[in-house]
Design a binder for this molecule. Structure first.
Ligand SMILES: Cc1cc2nc3c(=O)[nH]c(=O)nc-3n(C[C@H](O)[C@H](O)[C@H](O)COP(=O)(O)OP(=O)(O)OC[C@H]3O[C@@H](n4cnc5c(N)ncnc54)[C@H](O)[C@@H]3O)c2cc1C
Ligand code: SF4
Length: 341
C-alpha cells in the first residue's frame, strides 16, 4: 500500500475544497471498497478525505414535494430498514438487501455504494493490462475471462459492469443524485450519473473535479409502485456474490392491465441498463407473458455476449420476464431471509 495523507473534513465545503485542490485525493466513507483497492495497489490516493463526521451528509428526510432524501453517509442497512423506504420504496429496500452481507451493508454507505468500482478480475490485478486502471494499456477481459462482463453498452476499450444492486433499484425508481462541487450544487438524473465506457473507461461517472455526492432523492410518484415491484438477482451463489444478471422492476396496474412500467437491469452493462422503448411498450398492455417477452426483447436489443458470458443474453431475457410476472402478481422476489432479527 502507498503512503497517503489523511484529512478529516468537518463540512461539505471543507471536503470539496480538499478534493478540488488535489485530483489524486479520494473521499473515504465506509471504506469497504476503497481500502481493499488500496491494499491491491489499484487505488493510490495521495490523501484520504474522511467525510464520516459531516452531519449534513447524514439522515433520511421527506422532501417538500413528498419524495425522500437519503444522505450520502446513510448506511445501506439503515436505508433498507427505514419504514418509509420499506413501505413506499420496497424495490429499493429489496435491491439493497440482495447485496453483500449484513456486516458489509452496516458499514457501506449510500455514496460509497454509488461510487464503488467494477469487480472485473483484471481491474483488481495490477499485473495485467486494464484500460480502466491504466488508460491505454489494453483490456485483458476481451479475449480473456469474461463471465461477469457486459453484454450491453460495452466498447472495444472496456467490457466491465457496474456491480451495485442498490443502483439498479435507484435507476428503476428514477432517483436524482445531488452533488456539491467548487461551482455549487447540481442535480444529476440517475440515468446520467454513471456512464458507458466508450473511449474513456477510467471514468465511471459524470462527477466533475472536486464534486462529492451529498444525497439521493427519490421522487414522490415512485410511491405508487409499492405493491407491484420485484428485484430478482441471479448469481453463482445465493449470498456474498455479485449479480450475473439482476432485474429491478416497478409497475402501476389497473386490474390486469399495466398503466406504467419501470425496468432496470444490473450485471449487464457499465451502468444500470434502462430503455424507454421497453417501458413504453408495456403501458396499456395486458400483464401477460407475451407483453413481458416483447419488453424483454426491446430491453436487450443489440445484446452481445463474449466467449464466457454469452449465456447472459438468454438469462437476462428470462429474468426480465420472470421479474415482470412477479411484479404484476404482487409477489416480489423475497429478500426477507437477509434480515437479522
Ligand atoms: C465481499 C464483498 C461483497 C460485496 N457484494 C456486493 C453485492 O452483492 N452487491 C453490491 O451492490 N455491493 C456489494 N459489495 C460492495 C459494497 O456494497 C461496497 O463496497 C460499498 O457499498 C461501498 O460503500 P463504502 O461506503 O464502504 O465506500 P468506500 O469504500 O468508502 O468508497 C467507495 C468509493 O466511493 C467514493 N465515495 C464514497 N462516498 C462518496 C461521496 N459521498 N461522494 C463521492 N464519492 C464517494 C470513494 O472515493 C470510493 O471511490 C460487496 C463488497 C464486498 C467487500
Ligand atoms: S473490462 Fe474494463 S475493467 Fe476489465 S480489464 Fe477491460 S478495461 Fe479493465
Amino acid at each position: 500500500m502507498n503512503r497517503f495523507s489523511y484529512h478529516r473534513a468537518d463540512t461539505i465545503d471543507d471536503a470539496v475544497r480538499a478534493l478540488a485542490a488535489d485530483p489524486a485525493a479520494k473521499i473515504i466513507a465506509g471504506g469497504t471498497n476503497l481500502v481493499d483497492l488500496m491494499k491491491y495497489d489499484v487505488e493510490k490516493p495521495s490523501t484520504l478525505i474522511d467525510v464520516t463526521r459531516i452531519e449534513a451528509l447524514k439522515g433520511i428526510s421527506e422532501t417538500e414535494d413528498g419524495g425522500l432524501r437519503i444522505g450520502a453517509l446513510v448506511p445501506n442497512t439503515t436505508v433498507a430498514y427505514d419504514e418509509r423506504v420499506a413501505s413506499r420504496y420496497p424495490l429499493l429496500a429489496s435491491a439493497i438487501l440482495a447485496g453483500a452481507t449484513p456486516q458489509l451493508r452496516n458499514a457501506a454507505t449510500t455514496g460509497g455504494n454509488l461510487n464503488q468500482r467494477t469487480r472485473c478480475y483484471y481491474f483488481n490485478d495490477v499485473a495485467t493490462p486494464c484500460n480502466k486502471r491504466e488508460p491505454g494499456s489494453g483490456c485483458s477481459a476481451i479475449g480473456g475471462l469474461n463471465r461477469i462482463h457486459a453484454i450491453l453498452g460495452a466498447s472495444e476499450h472496456c467490457i466491465a459492469t457496474h456491480p451495485s444492486d442498490m443502483c439498479v433499484g435507484l435507476a428503476a425508481l428514477g432517483a436524482d443524485v445531488h452533488v456539491v462541487g467548487p461551482d455549487g450544487e447540481r442535480v444529476i438524473p440517475f440515468a446520467d450519473y454513471h456512464r458507458l465506457p466508450r473511449d474513456a473507461p477510467q471514468r465511471d461517472n459524470t462527477l466533475r473535479l472536486g464534486e462529492i455526492v451529498v444525497s439521493i432523492v427519490l421522487p414522490p410518484d415512485a410511491a405508487s409502485h409499492g405493491v407491484h415491484h420485484s428485484y430478482l438477482k441471479l448469481r453463482d451463489r445465493l449470498s456474498y456474490a455479485f449479480a450475473l444478471v439482476s432485474v429491478a422492476t416497478a409497475l402501476t396496474m389497473e386490474g390486469g392491465t399495466i398503466s406504467s412500467a419501470r425496468i432496470a437491469l444490473g450485471g449487464v452493462a457499465h451502468k444500470p441498463w434502462r430503455r424507454q422503448e421497453a417501458e413504453t411498450a408495456l403501458a396499456g398492455r395486458a400483464a401477460d407473458e407475451h407483453s413481458f417477452a416483447v419488453a424483454a426483447d426491446l430491453l436487450l436489443d443489440g445484446a452481445q455476449g463474449h466467449e464466457h458470458n454469452a449465456f447472459k443474453v438468454e438469462l437476462a431475457r428470462r429474468a426480465v420476464i420472470r421479474a415482470l410476472g412477479q411484479a404484476a402478481a404482487g409477489t416480489p422476489q423475497s429478500q426477507t431471509d437477509k434480515r437479522i432479527a
